[in-house]
Write a protein that binds this ligand. Sequence first.
Ligand code: GCV
Length: 718
Amino acid sequence: MIKLKPIFAIAVLFFATSLVKADDGYRLWLRYVPVEDSKLMNEYRSQFTSVAISGNSETVSAIKNEIKIGLSGLLDKEVEISSTFKNQGLLIVTSSSEHKSLGISEETERLGNEGYLIIEKKINGKNTIIVASKTDIGALYGTFHFLRLVQTQQSFGKINIEESPKTTHRLLNHWDNLDRTVERGYAGFSIWDWHTLPDYIDQRYIDYARANASIGINGTVLTNVNANALILTPEYLIKVKALADAFRPYGLKVYLTARFSAPVEIGGLTTADPLDASVAAWWKSKIDEIYSMIPDFGGFLVKANSEGQPGPQNYGRNHADGANMLSTAVAHHGGVVMWRAFVYDNNVPDDRAKQAYNEFKPLDKRFNENIFVQVKNGAIDFQPREPFHPLFGALEHTPIMMEFQITQEYLGCATHLVYLAPLFKECLESDTYAKGKGSTVGKVIDGSLHNHTISGMAGVANIGNDRNWTGHPFGQANWFAFGRLAWNHNLSSEQIADEWLRMTFTNNEKFLKVVEPMMLNSRETAVNYMTPLGLHHQMARNHHWGPGPWVNVGRPDWTSPYYHRADSVGLGFNRSSTGSNAVAQYFPEVSDKFNSVKTCPEEFLLWFHHVPWNYSMKSGRSLWNELCYNYYSGADAVTQMQTNWQKVEKMIDNEQFNQVKQLLAIQAKEAVWWRNSMLLYFQQFSKQPIPNNYEQPDKTLEYYENLKFHFVPGIKGE
Ligand code: GCV
C-alpha cells in the first residue's frame, strides 16, 4: 500500500471531495445522486433488490442503461438487471403475453403507443412495482417517470399511475445555423458539430436524447427556421441521418427546416413556384431521398414570406399552396409539415398584431390533413407578457402547433432567472370561447376542442454547447417545464418547479421553501421591470437585450414607439374598436372584455388601450404612478431574490450556488437599468415626477440612450 505524507494526504482528500461534490450542471435533472432521506433509502433498497426487463431492442438497451446508472446511483449500490421474471421488486414489461400473465391486459390495452402504467402488485408474495406499456418507447417514458419518483423521494405504497401524452407531437425547435451559431442562443455554440458528423457521435447527443425522453419530448427540428438549403444536400443529409440513428432508441424523431427556394438554390430549377410541376417533382424526389436514409424522418418546419424568407407569395401563391405541395410529398411516408404563422407583410400594416390572423383565418379549410399551422403564443413575438394569439380557437379545421420560446430572447438572455412555466400556463389556460366557456388554448392545441388527430407543442430551444447546456442553471428548468407541459398541459407550474428543483438540486425542504417561490414569482418580476401593464416590444434594436423604448429606426413595426405610442395624453396601443380593432379577432366574450378599458385586465391594459397618464388604476394610483410602482417593485424583487438565494448557500453545491449568485447580481443591475431608462423615457411624455419615496435614477436618459454594445450573443455580427 502506498503511504502518503499527512499534509499531502489531506490535500488529496480535499481535492477528491471537491471533485466529487462540484456539480457543473451537465447532468441536468438526471443527476441520480444517492437518496438523501435515509429511511426512504432503506425502503427503496429493500424494495428494488433487482430489476427485470425483457426484450432486446435498442430502446430496451436504453432502458437498461438508464436503470443501471439511475437506480444504481440513487440507491448507491449496483442494481442487477435480468431478463427473466423471478422475485424482483421492479418489473418493466411491454409484451401482451407478459401483461396477460400479470393479469393487467385490460389496463394496458387502454394505453396509446407512448403511454404506460406504474402499478403495484403482489407477485410470488412480494410487493412489486410494475412499469407496463404496449411499446418499448412507452416503457422508456415509464422508466423515467419511475426514476423521477425515486429522485423526488416519493413513497410507492399503493401506486397506481396511468399516463399518456396529451399531444402527439412534442418538439424542440433549434434555431441553429450550419456554422454553429445559434440565432437567439445564449448558451454557446450549437451542439450539432456538423464538421465531425457523421463519424463522430458525441456523448452529448445521447445525453440530449436521454434528457428529452425523460420529459417526453419526441421530436427535434435541428435547424434554424431562417433556413439554409444546404442541409438538404447529400453532404449534410448523411450527418442528419447519423443524428437520427443516435436519437431513435430514445423515441426522438428528427425534423428539418425547409428553405422554400431550395429547388432553385440547390436543385438547379429556375422557379420554386409550388404549383409548378417540376418544383413539386423536385421536392418529392428530395423527400424520397431523405426517407430512404431516415425512414422515420418527422417532416418539415417552414418559415415562409416572413422576415425575408422566400415563400409561395413570391410566386403569387398563398401559404396553403406552399404547405400542401410539401405535405403531399411527406404524407405517404407518415411525415408532417409545420407551417409557421409568424408572417410579415411587405407593407407595414396598421397593426402588426393582426397580420397572422388576417392571412391564415381565410385559409382554414385549405390545408391538407398532415399540416400544422405553427402559431406563437402571442400575436407579436414572445414578449414577457402577451395575450393569447387570436388564431387559437379561430382555426377550426387546421391543427395548431403551439410555438413557445424557451430561449430568453426578450427575457434577459441567459443571465436572468425567469421561470417560464407560468408564462406557458397563462397562455394554455386562456379561454378562447371558440366553443363557449372552457375552450382553452390547451384544448385547442391538444386537438380535443376540434377533434384533430394530430396535435402538438414546439419550444424554441435554449440549448448550446455550454457545459451546463443552457448558460443559466435555471434555464434548464425552462427546457424541463416545456417538455412536461407538452406532455400534459394540465400540470401546474408549482408541481413542475418542485420536481425540477428536487431532481436538480436537493430534496431539502428548507431549500425548496426558499427557492420555489422565487422561481414561481420570477416571471412576474421580469414583466414588472421590463414591460408592465401590457407594454411590449420595448427591447433594444436587433439583439433585444436591454431596454430601447427610444428605438425609432428601420421599419416602423420594428420600432418601439410603434408599440408604446407614448404622447402627452397617455400611453399604450389602441387596439380597441376605436383603434386598430385587433380585439375583433377574438371571440365576442374575449373581445368585449379586452375592448373596454374598464374590463380589460390591467396586465394587458396598454396592449389594448391608449390610456391617459392620470387614469385611475384599480389600486387608486394614476397610470403614471402605477407604472413607477411596477418598475420599482420589479427591480426590488430581484434584490429580494438575491437575499433569498444567499440563504441556501450551504444547502447545495458550491459551484452552482456561486454561479446563480453572480447571475442574480447581473440581473439586479439590469433590472435597475430597465427601470430607470424606461421611466426616464416615458417621463418626457407624462411630465410627472417619479414619486420621491423611490430612489431616484442616478443617470440621465441621454446616458442610457447612448449606451453601445457590441457582439451581444444571439445575432450575427455587430
Ligand atoms: C428566427 C423574431 C426573432 C428572430 C426569429 C423570428 C422568428 O423576429 O427576433 O430572430 O427568427 O422571430 O420567429 O422567425
